[in-house]
Write a protein that binds this ligand. Structure first.
Ligand SMILES: Cc1cc2nc3c(=O)[nH]c(=O)nc-3n(C[C@H](O)[C@H](O)[C@H](O)COP(=O)(O)OP(=O)(O)OC[C@H]3O[C@@H](n4cnc5c(N)ncnc54)[C@H](O)[C@@H]3O)c2cc1C
Length: 466
């Protein structure tokens, strides 16, 4: 009997696109370059090209690792001492270090030349495409600066190390470190939007008032990036809700009484350790006027809302890039997917929406750069509207982009799966949709000129036309 030979190879892999990696996330993004050309200065180009290269190469890989290997919480050491330590994968530190080196957290505060906000928005846009999670402490560090400036003596000591380009992740007191990062803790269990329902209380150690030391007793329900060196915190005093800077280590070098209860197991934004904390007599300095904590911290919040907008625009930008790349490399029913009329409709809608999101974000970055009377009004109303619309749309946008790619888009080693889980988060963080609507109303009631500026400010429409 003759032996029958059976071929061992089952099939060749064909009609699958190449992965979208090893590219320059800036030079390949014509839309981002276009809006940098309109609103950004020429001097930012080199940094954006360089960072775009890093994002499209090693930081893209780091983003996958930092989300795959979740941050781990260690409450105690082996001898039973409370340590409240979060351990991150080295990829997370790589992302933080690269971003801080290029000024994601500080550029407009250290760069005298015009256009620094536009360049920084470009950097944030690029970084988000590698990992939105590490963007959270970077944003908070950036946005904390105007609030901390309210307290001259604290600002003098802290700001040089907050704005430096050196990332220092060591778990040691702030005064021994080379670089500092800042977090924020407003939200409590009983109220996130309604911060006036906060129950955390601040007791003066000696005198009361701005710059004075207090001890805080209470809890915070969301405290992202708890390894930051200090946090802007809201707490009540006898005169009402006030703003405090709460360091992780006391000025005498002892560990502050900020106890991490647990890290939240989140659906997205996984590289970012969002925690629940308790203050059991935690040391903090008052920042700004007593009883005016909300207005002090709002200066931070308007910038974090702006960053949410840029971040969601970036998520949309990456989603559409992935969809275009994939459909260009796969054929169905005799022609490439991106040549099928129905798919062209979908891709065009996605591309237009992603570009619009970026256009609005970059125009508001330009408003921050100019900051004359009209641009202040534009930023005031534009941030609330943009935060509402762009962050809300990101979820539907990424879902549609996934559908363009098909089954492979839902597999975890495809960035789309991660983008999809990330996409609703900015809409909730820093004031959800309805809160933005109420903020628009508040802005109009305070100064009706905001609407005038929004609709007819000549630079707005003209600058966006091309
Ligand atoms: C990933 C992540 C990280 C976070 N990190 C931090 C952090 O580091 N620090 C921090 O302080 N917080 C943080 N937060 C908390 C976040 O800012 C809050 O979740 C958010 O402000 C909403 O508060 P809440 O969850 O208590 O919801 P609620 O305030 O209960 O709101 C629920 C819903 O009700 C709506 N709503 C509220 N008031 C009204 C009204 N008057 N009329 C109509 N609708 C209304 C809201 O728009 C929202 O849709 C984080 C959240 C997430 C998801």
């Amino acid at each position: 009997m003759t032996q029958k030979t059976v071929p061992s190879d089952t099939h060749d892999v064909f009609n699958q696109p190449t992965p979208l990696d090893n590219y320059n996330a800036y030079s390949s993004n014509l839309i981002l370059r276009h809006y940098q050309k309109i609103f950004g200065p020429e001097w930012g180009e080199v940094a954006l090209h360089e960072y775009g290269h890093r994002v499209g190469h090693e930081l893209l890989t780091a983003g996958f690792d930092a989300n795959h290997y979740k941050p781990e919480f260690q409450s105690h050491d082996r001898f039973g001492h409370r340590i409240d330590l979060v351990k991150y994968h080295p990829a997370y530190h790589q992302l933080m270090s690269a971003a801080i080196e290029v000024g994601h957290h500080s550029l407009p505060w250290v760069e005298d030349r015009a256009g620094a906000h536009a360049v920084r928005a470009g950097i944030e846009y690029l970084h988000t495409q590698a990992d939105p999670g590490s963007g959270c402490p970077l944003t908070m560090t950036f946005a904390a600066v105007p609030a901390i400036r309210h307290q001259a003596n604290i600002a003098e000591e802290w700001l040089p190390k907050i704005t430096t380009n050196q990332y220092d992740p060591r778990n040691i007191p702030f005064f021994e470190k080379q670089g500092l990062t800042i977090g924020m803790a407003m939200t409590e269990k009983q109220g996130g939007s309604d911060v006036r329902s906060n129950t955390t209380y601040a007791y003066p150690l000696a005198s009361t008032g701005p710059g004075e030391p207090y001890e805080l007793v209470g809890h915070k329900w969301f405290c992202s990036a708890p390894m930051c060196d200090a946090f802007l915190v809201l707490a009540h005093t006898d005169l009402g809700l006030s703003c405090f800077l709460l360091p992780r280590w006391r000025p005498d070098g002892s560990k502050n009484a900020m106890l991490i209860q647990r890290i939240k197991d989140k659906m997205g934004n996984v590289s970012n350790a969002s925690s629940e904390v308790e203050y059991r007599g935690a040391f903090a300095w008052m920042i700004g006027e007593e009883g005016h904590g909300v207005s002090t911290i709002l200066e931070m919040v308007s910038l974090t809302r702006f960053d949410c907008m840029v971040g969601s625009a970036s998520i949309m930008g990456l989603a559409v890039s992935q969809a275009l790349h994939h459909t260009g490399g796969r054929s169905v029913f005799g022609r490439n997917l991106h040549e099928q009329p129905l798919m062209q409709n979908v891709l065009a809608d996605l591309a237009i929406e992603a570009e619009s999101a970026l256009a609005i974000s970059m125009r508001l970055a330009h408003a921050l750069d100019k900051y004359d009377e009209e641009d202040q009004l534009l930023f005031r109303i534009g941030t609330a509207i943009g935060k509402y619309w762009i962050c809300k749309r990101a979820a539907q946008h990424t879902s549609e982009a996934m559908e363009c790619i098909g089954g492979v888009a839902v597999v975890e080693d495809n960035v789309l799966a991660r983008l999809y889980r990330e996409s609703p988060i900015n809409a909730i963080w820093e004031g959800s949709g309805n809160i933005q609507c109420l903020d628009v109303r508040r802005a109009i009631e305070k100064n009706p000129n905001v609407m005038e500026v929004f609709w007819v400010y000549p630079g707005f429409a003209k600058k966006l036309r091309y």
